[in-house]
Design a protein around this ligand. Structure first.
Ligand code: IMP
Ligand code: MG
Length: 185
């Protein structure tokens, strides 16, 4: 069901390619965490489709939790400041945490989350992202598990939105400039 929205100028990653890569990532994650009980922390809401498909391919016991964060735009953005709008339900002290993101762009959000979660003293914390827009990186983020490197284009689908729309597309597509205009966030 690769339904193509008229607002999408190009399908960058098909549903099939996403699913194939997720099987590989699931195996890598299972191998890395086979001797412990990892806690996968999904960053809402972009992670939702990715996380739900990913965990089915991680064939070891694991636990899941979610966190939601709002990054500040405009002049405050450069500071990397953000606000947690939904915190974790569980304590992560001593846990092996895997932060699961839909996309890492400038790295500001992941950087903020890593600092915040590290302060809670997990035993380990690593990052997994479906998409990596490395060309835009400002904050260095060590990525342990990466789905795809993508070029500097605004993408939607498979959980990623523009103004809360397009999250339900089963593929990653490039959104038309006519829709995004200059204000992409
Ligand atoms: P950051 O720049 O790495 O902090 O990314 C901030 C957030 O912007 C991400 O978690 C996404 O929610 C969003 N974002 C960045 N690039 C894109 C994109 O190409 N499409 C949709 N959302 C994006
Ligand atoms: Mg968004």
């Amino acid at each position: 069901m690769n339904h193509k929205s008229d607002d999408i100028v190009e399908i960058l990653i098909t549903q099939e390619a996403i699913q194939r890569r997720i099987v590989e990532m699931g195996r890598e994650i299972a191998a890395a965490y086979q001797d412990c009980l990892p806690l996968l922390v999904g960053v809402l809401k972009g992670c939702v489709l990715f996380m739900s498909d990913l965990v089915k391919e991680v064939e070891i016991p694991l636990q899941m939790d979610f966190i939601a964060v709002m990054s500040y735009g405009g002049v405050h953005r450069a500071s990397g400041a953000a606000r947690i709008t939904k915190d974790l339900d569980c304590v992560i002290e001593g846990r092996d945490v895997l932060l699961v993101e839909g996309i890492i762009d400038t790295g500001m959000t992941a950087g903020y989350l890593l600092r915040n979660l590290e302060a809670r003293q997990p035993r380990s914390i690593r990052v997994c992202t479906l998409l990596d827009k490395e060309a835009r990186r400002i904050v260095r983020i060590p990525i342990a598990f990466r789905g795809f490197n993508i070029p500097d284009r605004f993408v939607v689908g498979y959980g990623l939105d523009f103004r809360q729309l397009y999250r339900n597309l089963p593929y990653i597509g490039v959104l038309s400039d006519e829709i995004t205009g200059l204000n992409r966030n």
